[in-house]
Design a protein around this ligand. Structure first.
Ligand SMILES: [Fe+2]
Length: 159
């Protein structure tokens, strides 16, 4: 039975394939975050939410590490006369990584509070706000990675 590729794989299959695996995992987790937000407040599976956000934080750290240590150095080596100075764009993408990781940690804390205390309307509203803010921001970032980072990486000859 064929198994889906994961960035945790140790088999060398190429940077583009690893990147695609990251995108697919982030897409899937964004769908789950959206379902979670839609389930508030009555149908929320709090333990499932805590586990999901824990997976998300781990995935973001792995995906960002891959991009920042393997992808960005290749992009930074692109000839300036052909592509312009890419450093400001790469710095912005790094900043977005940090923001999304911080957002995920904030969400973890809020979920822990939500779990520990009786459900209050204000908790559900804050949680819904954080969930939507995270998956919207993450989808926007992944779209940029797909539309700009990946094609340029391919153009520059990444495996
Ligand atoms: Fe990224």
């Amino acid at each position: 039975m064929p198994q889906s590729r994961s960035i945790a794989s140790t088999e060398p299959a190429g940077l583009l394939a690893d990147l695609d695996a990251c995108f697919a995992e982030q897409d899937s987790l964004c769908r789950s975050l959206e379902e979670l937000a839609d389930s508030l407040p009555e149908r929320l599976n709090t333990l499932g939410a805590v586990l999901l956000v824990g997976r998300l934080s781990a995935l973001l750290r792995r995906a960002h590490h891959l991009e920042e240590t393997q992808v960005f150095p290749i992009l930074a080596s692109a000839p300036v006369r052909m592509h312009g100075d890419l450093r400001p764009i790469l710095n912005r993408l790094r900043a977005e990584h940090t923001e999304n990781e911080d957002y995920a940690l904030d969400l973890e804390d809020t979920l822990a509070e939500y779990w520990a205390r009786p459900v209050a309307r204000a908790d559900a509203e804050r949680l819904g706000y954080l969930l939507r803010g995270l998956f919207i921001s993450l989808r926007r970032h992944v779209a940029q990675d797909r539309d700009w980072v990946r094609p340029l990486l391919r153009e520059l000859g990444a495996p």
